[in-house]
Design a protein around this ligand. Structure first.
Ligand code: HEC
Length: 143
């Protein structure tokens, strides 16, 4: 290979590598290149739900308002992906809806210690986290 060819291949390789790194950072919301079209409908009830979400450290595994961790599904857009009824029964018995759920007290906590009032507030919070078509958080069509 000529020196010129080596330089071209090296530059091309570096471009591909940096594109991959930037893509991962963007997906983790560490850098922002595109708007995600997440919509937050703030209300007194969603604010109460946010307090509950903080109180039980749900953000250790879930993202709300673009902040948190990705060990569990992104909650931004949850209000579009799921219905209030689905969330209510998930908080009552996650295993019934998601067989082999992570919320079994081993990986993720069960919802037993959360009071019914707090659960309602959590549902209000999650229902206020909407996503628009085109957002990465919008439900995908079934395969
Ligand atoms: C240790 C990590 C962890 C913590 C802490 C955690 N979760 Fe989760 N959560 C998960 C994982 C993993 C899933 C994936 C679905 C499953 O296994 O049921 C999930 C799923 C969910 C879902 C269903 C999402 C969907 O649409 O399928 C909701 C709602 C939820 N969690 C709410 C909460 C709330 C509220 C808290 C705080 C009380 C919390 N989680 C704390 C890991 C966690």
């Amino acid at each position: 290979m000529k020196t010129g060819e080596k330089v071209v291949f090296l530059l091309a390789g570096l471009m591909v590598l940096s594109a991959m790194v930037l893509y991962v950072l963007a997906r983790m919301h560490i850098v922002t290149f595109w708007t995600t079209n997440d919509v937050y409908l703030f209300s007194k009830k969603s604010a109460a739900g946010y307090e509950v979400f903080e109180k039980y450290s749900c953000r250790d595994c879930h993202v709300v308002y673009g902040e948190g961790d990705y060990d569990g599904p992104d909650m931004d857009g949850e209000g579009t992906r799921r219905t209030a009824a689905w969330l209510k029964s998930y908080f009552r018995d996650p295993g019934a809806l998601v067989p082999g759920t992570a919320h079994n007290g081993k990986f993720a906590p069960t919802f037993d210690r959360i009071s019914p009032k707090e659960k309602d507030e959590l549902v209000d919070l999650l229902m206020s986290l909407k996503s628009l078509p085109g957002s990465p958080n919008y439900p995908k069509p079934p395969k």
